[in-house]
Design a protein around this ligand. Sequence first.
Ligand code: GLY
Ligand code: MN
Ligand code: MN
Length: 448
Amino acid sequence: MDIAYSDKNPDLGRLYGAHLATVCERYDHALQASGASHAVVFSGAAHPVFLDDMVYPFRAAANFLCWAPLSDLPLSYVVYTPGERPVLIYNQPRGYWHVVPGAPDGYWTRYFDIRIVHELADASDHLPENRDNCVFIGEVLEPTQALGVERVNPSTTLNLLHYPRGRKTEYEIECMRLASRRGVAGHNAAKRAFMDGASEFSIHKAYCDAVSLTDNELPYGNIIALNEHAAVLHYTALDRQAPDPYRSFLIDAGAQVHGYASDITRTYSFDDSDFSDLIDRMETLQLDVVADVRAGVDYKELHVQTHHRIADVLVEADLASGSSESLLINGVTSTFFPHGLGHLLGTQVHDVGGHMENESGNTIDPPSGHPFLRLTRTLEENMVVTIEPGIYFIDMLLDKLKGTPAEKQVNWQRVADLKPFGGIRIEDDVRVKQDGCENLTRDAFSTA
Ligand code: GLY
Ligand code: MN
Ligand code: MN
């Protein structure tokens, strides 16, 4: 593995102490406001398959990953008491059927009081005696995993932790810069495979090879969509045969470093200049939206402004006619752009807290008519968000326009001509700054 992505990365080592101090401060505040003295944060367990002796791939809990880069350590706990060094109950089962976690290693270890246990039952010995003073954060599949703590995931505590998680520490941002760099290596390999005429499955393999991650280690299932498959927003089928004719490619694929994700989308035309022209228009639109990102901007407004920009592109590309206002009101823009502009990014691809108004649990609804918008907050410095506008040719949505005032606004012949290309999405990950943003994705592409 590239040392930069490992727990030997000295840059991450330099930033980690300050990150952990921020995590501790957030827990200090959350515990105090919840009337608790200790937090027990669980890494999670692999889910069993029904009536089978198999398990689904393990995913570490996002709240656990904020403590330490331990994405492959099931049945382990961080026990935190304000003012004390966090205890890490590190589960290292004995056995020969499965690989067991190695000895704890890396820049993060010196910040923890690490207790190795070989049996889940022994984890209990490392918890404060009075379980009533503890809150437990994590998913519990078996009661024994809660170690006798009864206050499991209190919403007060979760709200107090999830709201500030929207703002990332320098360490988290560096992890996401690295995840962007890693993802871009995959994107470049995938683009080469597309230009060689490969199938979706082969492009996917080229991607995984370049990022050196297995399917289960990717932050989300790769979307590798050729031709009309790009119109399925979360297409993950991976056809084994290359289509003929070979027209277009939408790739939405990320990578992770220490549990932090990148989430990147690009769209390419194989050899059609008309579709290429539409991609260029969307590229300009996407960059215009990115240029508007800064602290203090209401993300809901950015989303609605993007609909006006989409209306302009639809008119310029002769896909629709009318004022941008009428194209919004009549549902034309949301037919072609039916998802949100983006979301928070972190240890979850769709990081928690996107609708939170404050740490008390009040929420901000998406604007009416835009139910899929995952981020409704005002942007703050050091939030990391995606900007991912798109245009798609989706029969199910287009059909709904028939018989409405919108029907006359759509150029159905143009739609029919472009439908075989599926759609376009361009997605960057950006870190919000006071006066603009840092584009993690484009920086990674330009240094690749
Ligand atoms: N890849 C999922 C998303 O863009 O939100
Ligand atoms: Mn996204
Ligand atoms: Mn994406």
